[in-house]
Design a protein around this ligand. Structure first.
Ligand code: AHG
Ligand code: MN
Ligand code: MN
Ligand code: MN
Length: 336
């Protein structure tokens, strides 16, 4: 049987058409792929290797860290710091940026990542993932936190690994979106989902409904109209899903369409919090992927990828998915 294209082959062939490409980017992506395979292996073994449960620590955002949050973060660093392709790293699980140790050369790319997304689900064995984004080092030879504050439109690549019934890696370098499935027998990601696209229309939405009394008005209106079904203004019935793992949610939307919302709400604004999800580690990379697949991604009124980030751990509201629905929700925000 023909084994298909490996992710390494795919990336190398894609880069071959890019004038001036040196192979650095291909090598960096390979290291990220290795990190995802290592994390996948840990997640898979779960309780067998004592990997479940909480660590005795909190991250800068006040979340209790899971052992696997910490472990995945370490694996990501270990796989990428040595190569000379990365100038610095930033992660949900680290207070400050991670500078490359003196023993290694610094490279021309910046890497941001959410090492384990959906980690509150890890102990119940629900799908989790890893999200990453690659930016260019602009200016400073020794990058500082400010160098990471680039709009999402500046991303060179973004992707996620999904540790589900099968482990998948979904990637964009700005030339569409491609999905790969890990063949555990040969240890390679194989191209299984070329040119992933999101249908423009959908009858499925995802939101944590326990927050409904706090939602902003345009979102409340949108969800109310969905819930009204055939008898309401939308004249069709909607289905709802909430996995509480953004990676799994986005993957469902890339597979069969839908809308995912973690909107602004009054509980967060009372705390001075800009949203739930992190701009640099979650919102921007997922927006890049979703837009490349033909979908939309907004805060409500604004396109996420055009936001000028203000701080490393900044949080934003996120509404993404099928284009016509996202445009409708954006319309409700401007009518508001
Ligand atoms: P993380 O596990 O990286 O902290 O992210 C969790 C995020 C996201 O994956 C998910 O969509 C959302 O938090 C779930 O929030 P609720 O627990 O409020 O449902
Ligand atoms: Mn977290
Ligand atoms: Mn996350
Ligand atoms: Mn996380």
């Amino acid at each position: 049987m023909h084994h298909g294209t490996t992710i390494t082959q795919f990336i190398a062939e894609e880069q071959r058409h890019i004038p001036g490409a040196t192979g650095d980017f291909t090598a960096l992506l390979n290291d990220i792929v290795t990190a995802c395979k290592m994390i996948s292996n840990q997640v898979n073994h779960g309780a067998l290797v004592g990997a479940l449960g909480s660590a005795d620590s909190e991250n800068i955002q006040g979340e209790t860290q899971k052992k696997l949050d910490v472990l995945s973060n370490q694996m990501f660093i270990q796989c990428t710091e040595w190569s000379g392709h990365v100038g610095a790293l930033a992660s949900e699980e680290m207070d400050d940026i991670y500078d490359i140790p003196a023993e290694y050369p610094r490279g021309k790319y910046l890497l941001t990542f959410d090492p384990l997304d959906g980690s509150s689900n890890i102990d119940v064995n629900v799908s989790v993932g890893t999200i990453f984004s690659i930016l260019r080092v602009a200016g400073n030879e020794k990058p500082i936190a400010n160098d990471f504050l680039q709009a999402g439109t500046q991303q060179v690549a973004a992707g996620y690994a999904l540790y589900g019934p099968s482990t998948m890696l979904v990637l964009t370098t700005g030339q569409g979106v491609n999905g790969f499935t890990l063949d555990q027998n040969i240890g390679e990601f194989i191209l299984t989902h070329p040119n992933m696209t999101i249908p423009a229309d959908t009858a499925e939405f995802a939101i944590n409904a326990s927050n409904s009394r706090f939602w902003e008005a345009p979102v409340k209106r949108y969800v109310d109209e969905c819930l009204a079904g055939k008898e309401g203004p939308r004249e069709k019935d909607f289905n709802m899903r909430w996995i509480a793992s953004m990676v799994a949610e986005v993957h469902r939307i890339l597979t069969r369409g839908g809308v995912f919302m973690y909107p602004m709400d009054s509980k967060m604004s009372a705390k001075g919090q800009g949203g739930k999800l992190r701009l640099l580690y979650e919102a921007n990379p997922m927006s890049f992927i979703v837009e490349q697949a033909g979908g939309g991604s907004i805060t409500g009124a604004q396109r996420i990828m055009e936001l000028q980030p203000e701080s490393l751990h900044q949080r934003v509201p996120v509404i993404l998915g099928s284009r016509n629905e996202v445009e409708r929700i954006q319309g409700y925000h401007s009518a508001d």
